[in-house]
Write a protein that binds this ligand. Structure first.
Ligand SMILES: [Zn+2]
Length: 310
């Protein structure tokens, strides 16, 4: 196969073939592993394109340039991975977050086609658990016509998160340029509302899989704790959001990010969760960690380090 180079792009353009028809890069293959009674598959939803100006917004200026040099692929933007977790638990097929859908960014919303390529039938998904209500996690619930993509699934939403996005506080708490996040969350919540099961921290969704309180990135952000081995935590954006990177938030959980709704709470959550992961030697899955987003946490120089697996 001809590799995609600048030359092939230019040749394609000259021949009248739309450059945007060529993939930016091929979807990574699904990543599979067993954990206790669970079978885990990581599937990419594509990637978010994040302006460098907002990446690592809380990093002190004197350290920012050096860190960004190790992270940013081009000068202008950072491509943030989006790793969706699929869990087989007995007869249940559980999806954790649903990706961006068609309305957020052209580089994201690839979950359904990537699942299909992997031979996974989305109609068999019986439960969905949302970590939080941001577009890259929630908006994939509906298709272009606002119909449910997984009509037979039950949607597990943290009650605190549900209440936040439907309250007046949602618009008050967000910068103006992200007002669309509220409209989108409410639209998706409205579509799933007849199939929602409210959950709270401590609840067990299926045997060995429970809801963990990890607030701060959003008011009601939750993670999942799975039993088996030394444990597994599916952390959503609690440790690394789309505007951050493990080279920022693991060595410096105290650095605040503009992506976090309640920054002080997000810092406290990161510290507590990193400490638990390092102490327990649990596995970690992060939605925006380098694909497939699976690893462990080690203590390093009084802070922490992400050690990828896979
Ligand atoms: Zn996210």
């Amino acid at each position: 196969m001809t590799p995609i180079t600048r030359r092939t792009l230019l040749t394609a353009t000259a021949a009248g073939v739309a450059v945007h028809a060529l993939p930016a890069f091929a979807a990574p293959a699904p990543y599979f592993f067993k954990h206790g009674a669970f079978e885990i598959t990581l599937v990419s939803d594509g990637h978010l394109v994040v302006p460098t100006s907002v990446l690592g917004s809380g990093v002190p200026p004197e350290e920012r340039a050096a860190i960004l040099k190790n992270i940013v692929q081009t000068g202008e933007q950072y491509n943030s991975p989006t790793n969706v977790t699929l869990i087989r638990a007995g007869s249940d097929l559980i999806l954790v977050d649903m990706g961006s859908g068609a309305r957020f960014m052209p580089t994201a919303g690839k979950l359904w086609e990537n699942l299909k390529t992997a031979g996974i039938d989305k109609a068999k998904i019986s439960k969905v658990i949302f970590t939080h209500g941001h577009p890259d996690h929630l908006w994939g619930a509906v298709d272009e016509l606002d119909d449910l993509v997984t009509p037979d699934a039950t949607f597990h939403v943290a009650a605190k998160e549900w209440d936040f996005w439907r309250s007046e506080d949602a618009t008050r708490g967000l910068p103006a340029e992200r007002a669309g996040f509220v409209t989108g969350a409410r639209r998706n919540y409205e579509t799933i509302k007849d199939k929602v099961k409210m959950v709270k921290p401590g609840d067990e969704v299926v045997t060995g899989l429970s809801i963990l309180d990890t607030p701060g990135h959003t008011q009601g952000h939750v993670s999942l704790a799975l039993t088996g081995g030394d444990g597994l935590i599916v952390a959503g954006d609690a440790l690394c959001s789309g505007f951050s990177h493990p080279l920022i938030s693991f060595p410096h959980p105290e650095w605040k990010s503009v992506a976090d709704h309640v920054p002080d709470m997000a810092v406290a959550t990161r510290r507590k969760l990193l400490d638990r992961l390092a102490a327990d030697k649990s596995k970690l899955i992060g939605f925006h960690l380098p694909y497939p987003g699976v690893g462990t946490v080690e203590r390093k120089d009084g802070a922490y380090r992400f050690v990828p697996i896979g």
